[in-house]
Write a protein that binds this ligand. Structure first.
Ligand SMILES: O=C(O)CCC(=O)N[C@@H](CCC(=O)O)C(=O)O
Ligand SMILES: [Zn+2]
Length: 353
């Protein structure tokens, strides 16, 4: 069976990870008129037969990190429902399973972290660089060839956390001066019942940031539970997210709403590893969002000691194993949102943590 035949049978994930077959691009049309295009290994573009003038261009990506498998299974489910005609998307979709080699090896990456390769086009020294470049081209082409009159661009890049977390599910809104924090996007966070959202304060080299910065997309990195083995993920905690994605794709009208049930954090600073002798003062199993009171030491980088600043800070994604020059942690503080009636949401720092 060819890769395309496998995908037509609803096996997007299996086809993507099957390296016994060489990749051949191709396209086909479903009975409903939905146009499917396999652009690269793991990159499937879906175009409904008719598009409303306000149709969205939605990128749903997974597998940027090979051991974060729940998102990969989610994209497989969506791709299969679409190609088997079980759901009718009303927006253009770009469904991505990014790094099948790392998925097959059950590793975060093979040579380097792909989610740090989206700032510029990369010199193609390894497979992560080649894939990141191909994804940049796919994104540029997808957003650049919109048929709708004034398309709304969305990108949800799905991940899982390495550590335990005080919030099982949360989103990171990348920093850009484009208007990429719409009330519709934040309503989606509410409807998907994500536990928290982090507002970045500086540009980052991530996939979601790429779409936000270069295409003005409503973009989020979304953390969906913890890393785990394919087929062993517990989807009960992800059910509201799964449901919200289906509503997004099929355009179920949902109220624009924001509630304080979603905890809001503002990134206060990014801790970059500057020295090979970098350590945290806490164990590797300490949960994301663990709070450090003002003045408490949380990391040592060569001669430099890091202490929590005024009113304290919480730590997210601490990773002492990153290469020198990369992010070793995000420090965050609680904040709240001003939910603007028009388009944007604004962060408001809380006077204390
Ligand atoms: O749990 C961890 O340490 C990492 C989970 C993960 O891959 N997170 C993303 C977040 C990207 C962002 O900051 O928007 C990453 O580190 O690439
Ligand atoms: Zn990840």
């Amino acid at each position: 069976m060819t890769l395309i035949e496998q995908i037509k049978r609803g096996q997007f994930l299996q086809a993507t990870c099957d390296f016994s077959q060489s990749f051949v691009a191709g396209e086909w049309v479903l009975d409903s008129g939905v146009h499917c295009q396999l652009l690269y290994r793991g990159v499937l573009q879906i175009t409904p037969r008719e598009l409303a003038a306000d149709a969205k261009d939605i990128v749903l990506s997974s597998g940027i990190h090979g051991d974060e498998t729940a998102p990969v299974e989610l994209i497989q489910q969506i791709a299969s429902s679409v190609v088997l005609g079980q759901i009718q998307p009303v927006h253009r979709l770009l469904l991505i399973i990014a790094h099948p080699e790392a998925i097959n090896h059950q590793q975060r990456f093979m040579v380097e972290n792909m989610n740090r390769l989206f700032q510029v086009r990369n010199f193609e020294k390894n497979n992560e660089c080649r894939i990141a470049n191909a994804l940049q081209v796919a994104i540029n082409s997808f957003y650049g060839t919109s048929i709708a009159i004034k398309p709304e661009r969305w990108h949800l890049d799905l991940h899982c956390a390495i550590r335990p977390s005080q919030h099982d599910t949360f989103a990171i809104s990348p920093y850009t001066d484009k208007q990429t924090r719409s009330n519709k996007l934040f309503s989606f966070i509410h409807h998907a019942k994500l536990d928290a959202v982090l507002l970045s304060n500086t540009p980052s080299p991530t996939f979601a940031w790429y779409s936000a910065e270069y295409h003005g997309a409503q973009a989020l990195t979304v953390e969906l539970g913890r890393v785990g083995k394919l087929g062993q993920n517990d989807f009960t905690v992800l059910a509201p997210f799964q449901h919200a994605i289906l509503q997004l794709i099929t355009d179920v009208a949902l109220p624009i709403i924001w509630t304080s049930e979603v905890e809001v954090y503002q990134v206060s600073r990014t801790i970059v590893k500057r020295h090979p002798e970098f350590l945290f003062t806490f164990d590797d199993d300490v949960a994301n969002f663990t709070f450090f009171a003002e003045g408490n030491e949380f990391a040592v980088d060569g001669d430099k000691k890091y202490v929590a600043d005024t009113h304290g800070e919480a730590v997210v994604f601490p990773n002492r194993h990153v290469v020198v020059g990369q992010r070793a942690a995000l420090m965050v503080k609680k904040a709240s949102l001003i939910f603007d009636e028009q388009v944007r949401v604004y962060a408001k720092s809380n006077p204390s943590y």
